[in-house]
Design a protein around this ligand. Structure first.
Ligand SMILES: [Zn+2]
Length: 325
């Protein structure tokens, strides 16, 4: 019997999905709801199982990388825990934004008067968004910036737009680690529309740029565990399969019958045609990656990512269609 409450929310009719493989999940959380793990030496990451933040402890202060609001006050608790165990300061002095999005930076104001560092486009977008929870970066850069604190070195770089216009690569050369947010979800499919990305060709090219860096540990910003080079390569294969499947479907689905069916409603013809191409392209990828990438059987994610890539193939790569003679 269903309760009125579950009936009202509709949860009793929600679908069931394949179990999530243990390897896609991170370590158990503590009673406060977080896990803090050593990445290498004095570099740590913090997760609530869904979001990730990172910090570097130094003799001169703690450098924080992103402040997701879902982790919120647990970021300082994690810093306190590590600082106490190692006898170093727990005072956060610097905060680096990976990109301007609120879901990764919305707890930045908790850290008060620290030095905020970000790409110049992050500054512009945060001025636009005018959100007191995300203080404007005072230190900005265009292409590269070397951050040196307490004898530690971090290399920040912008290699063009991808998930967002301002998303940067954060390389820790002395910690064998790269932090690059919201492109690869370690062990999981991207969510809707290439992980809610604004620049699809940039999103598709970004993993190769990430792999060009030397690193063993990868902080991807989501879920509970660190990523490996194989996680990035698996993500690349998933995206490459979608691209190949979308090309194939675009070239083999004949649009004519869909437009003939709706002689005056041109948009109905567009919908019928593109929905057919999307479904044709996504179906084999969903089948191939179910059981390989977690949540691959949540079909809307692969479908919307396929739609976004298929549109990018038409509009960015071109041609969108034959030229009228
Ligand atoms: Zn984002």
């Amino acid at each position: 019997m269903t309760s009125p409450a579950s009936g009202a929310t509709g949860v009793d009719t929600l679908p069931e999905y394949a179990p999530i493989p243990r390897s896609a999940l991170g370590p158990a959380l503590n009673d406060q709801g977080y896990y803090v793990g050593q990445v290498e030496r004095n570099l740590y990451y913090v997760t609530d199982g869904v979001y990730q933040s990172a910090f570097l402890t130094t003799d001169d202060g703690v450098v924080l990388f992103d402040a997701p609001p879902t982790i919120g006050g647990n970021i300082q608790r994690a810093v306190d825990e590590v600082a106490a165990a190692n006898g170093v300061t727990n005072r956060v002095t610097h905060l680096v934004y990976s990109h301007h999005h609120s879901d990764h930076g919305g707890a930045a104001s908790l850290f008060g008067d620290v030095v905020h560092i970000g790409h110049e486009e992050t500054r512009r977008l945060l001025l636009r968004d005018n959100d007191a929870a995300r203080p404007i970066p005072e230190v900005t850069f265009a292409d590269r910036y070397t951050l040196e604190v307490g004898g530690e070195r971090v290399e920040l770089a912008w290699h063009g737009p991808n998930h967002s216009p301002d998303n940067i690569y954060i390389h820790f050369p002395d910690h064998d680690t790269l932090m690059f947010i919201d492109v690869v979800n370690a062990g999981w499919v991207p969510i809707y529309n290439t992980n809610l990305s604004e620049d699809v060709p940039g999103y598709m090219a970004a993993p190769a740029i990430a792999l060009d860096y030397p690193w063993t540990h990868f902080i991807c910003g989501h879920l509970g565990r660190l990523a490996t080079r194989e996680d990035v390569a698996l993500h690349q294969r998933y995206i490459a399969d979608i691209e190949a499947s979308a090309r194939e479907a675009l070239s083999t689905v004949d649009p004519t019958p869909y437009y003939m069916h709706y002689p005056e409603n041109f948009w109905a013809g567009v919908k019928a045609h593109l929905d057919t191409v999307t479904e044709r392209a996504a179906a084999p990828v969903i089948a191939k990656y179910t059981g390989v990438l977690a949540a691959a059987d949540i079909e809307i994610f692969t479908r919307t990512t396929t739609f976004a890539i298929m549109q990018s193939l038409r509009l960015d790569s071109g041609p969108s269609g034959p030229v009228h003679p």
